[in-house]
Design a protein around this ligand. Structure first.
Ligand code: GDP
Length: 440
């Protein structure tokens, strides 16, 4: 995420640290480097200039010249200002009302329908709500089909009327339906167009007037950079939305939209979406995003994600099995699936300080575990629970079932065995020593 911007900023700071003395001149140079980095990240020139003027003023004022570690102080100033630029505090998300109505607007292809599914999933799994998603796109039957599929995946109800060409009526009928079926959040996915268009705006504005939404979220593809910011302006002028959703942060996004939308329209970014899986939706935290941009990782989010996936009882059960040397293939498969649920593997690793940069050119796809999963899936339940039972003839059958070479199965068996040996060894250690090793 924002790799290029991160690298450019890092270089700017490095140049400063290399200087024997900090002077007005080399602060000016650093600031100029930062400004160029921002402009290349598709930040509007005026905003970049204003931003760096502020950095310069603070740097000169905050006794950077006399500081013991001026480089670090500069990083801190930039971190604070980036956080501020992106809105400072995280924004509230309003789900009051019964049902709470959330209106989703944006251009076609921005990721509205995908986000509608993700938000419903988020509200259901993390906020204990029962959402109803509504397909109010009266122009594209395919949009209804798409939302139907997503709703099925996440197990929430959908409301659509294929013959009705009145989006306002559909929205109102959906709310009635929600009340009748005890749904407490209604998420309305509206029709988009390829470009800002008066008829589209009027339609969404009419729905807004009719349903009195708790939130109007404007969804925008972050890969479109400055265009994203301009589109946001046009939508906000007409709809006065309550928050922004940045999608496709997993792509080759330069960062301009994430950095400047809040500043430009004075509305907070509330969610960021990065991937096509229903679980890849995150609340937007300006401070954490600033840390990530500055290559400091985002340990807070990583720990939260891990906590969300691992319930305590499951963790205890697993620990028990490891202690009794009973860790088997089924446990291994379960662990892989937990990790995958946390999100895109490369993104996750990027949250560890320093790792993002180290792995930026390495292709770590979510398919990395596919081979291993295929091998375990081709085992019988008995074999999964009894790793020692897997003799050569069973291996041959497993390889065939998984579509793998025998050598791949052998290699995986060997790795698994080494892992179990390691667990056994740790179990034999005195408690104190082991806890030390596990970093407790
Ligand atoms: P809509 O026309 O605004 O409803 O947009 P869709 O939800 O149909 O999304 C358009 C395309 O972008 C689809 O192919 C989605 O799978 C894809 N998409 C949506 N959100 C994301 C995201 O966060 N990351 C990536 N990589 N693709 C996304």
């Amino acid at each position: 995420m924002f790799q290029n911007l991160s690298e450019r900023l890092e270089t700017a700071f490095k140049n400063l640290k290399g200087e024997a003395r900090i002077t007005d001149l080399n602060i000016a140079n650093t600031v100029k480097d930062i400004r160029r980095a921002l402009i290349d990240a598709d930040v509007n020139y005026k905003i970049a200039k204003e931003f760096t003027d502020k950095i310069k003023e603070k740097a000169m004022g905050e006794k950077v010249l006399n500081a013991i570690s001026p480089g670090q102080l500069m990083v801190k100033i930039v971190q604070d200002e980036l956080t501020e630029l992106m809105g400072g505090q995280e924004a509230e998300f309003n789900i009051s009302g019964n049902p709470a109505v959330i209106l989703i607007a944006g251009l076609q292809g921005s990721g509205k329908t995908t986000f509608t599914g993700k938000l419903a999933n988020y509200l259901k799994t993390k906020k204990g709500k029962s959402p109803l998603v509504v397909a109010a796109d009266i122009y594209r039957p395919a949009a209804i089909d798409q939302l139907t599929v997503l709703a099925g995946q996440i197990g929430v109800d959908i409301y659509a009327e294929r013959e009705n060409k009145d989006a306002v009526a559909i929205a109102l009928n959906a709310i009635k339906q929600a009340k009748a079926t005890n749904k407490n959040v209604v998420i309305i996915d509206t029709a988009g167009r390829l470009a800002v268009d008066e008829a589209m705006m009027t339609e969404v504005a009419n729905i807004k007037a009719a349903v009195n939404p708790a939130e109007i979220l404007f969804v925008v593809d972050s890969m479109t950079g400055q265009d994203a910011v301009n589109t946001a302006k046009a939508f906000n002028d007409r709809l006065d939305f309550s928050g922004v959703v940045l999608t496709k942060l997993d792509g080759d996004t330069r960062g301009g939209a994430a950095l400047t939308i809040q500043y430009t329209v004075n509305k907070p970014v509330k969610f960021v979406s990065s991937g096509e899986k229903m679980e890849t939706l995150d609340v937007f935290y300006p401070a954490r995003m600033a840390q990530r941009i500055l290559g400091m990782g985002d340990i807070a989010s990583l720990v939260e994600k891990a906590q969300e996936q691992y319930d305590e009882e499951q963790a205890r059960k697993l620990e028990k099995k490891i202690r009794k040397n009973q860790f088997d293939f089924q446990d291994f498969l379960d662990q892989l699936q937990q990790i995958k649920k946390m999100g895109n593997i490369k993104d996750l690793m990027g949250m560890i300080p320093g790792v993002g940069k180290a792995i930026k050119d390495i292709d770590i796809s979510d398919d990395a575990f596919k081979g291993i999963e295929a091998i375990i899936n081709s085992m019988t339940p008995f074999e999964r629970a009894n790793p020692d039972s897997i003799n050569p003839s069973r291996r041959q059958r497993i390889a065939k079932g998984a579509g793998k070479e025998m050598s791949e199965v052998n290699a995986f068996m060997k790795q698994f065995d080494q892992m179990r040996q390691m667990m056994k060894m740790m179990n034999k250690m005195p408690m104190g020593r082991m806890q030390g090793l596990m970093g407790r």
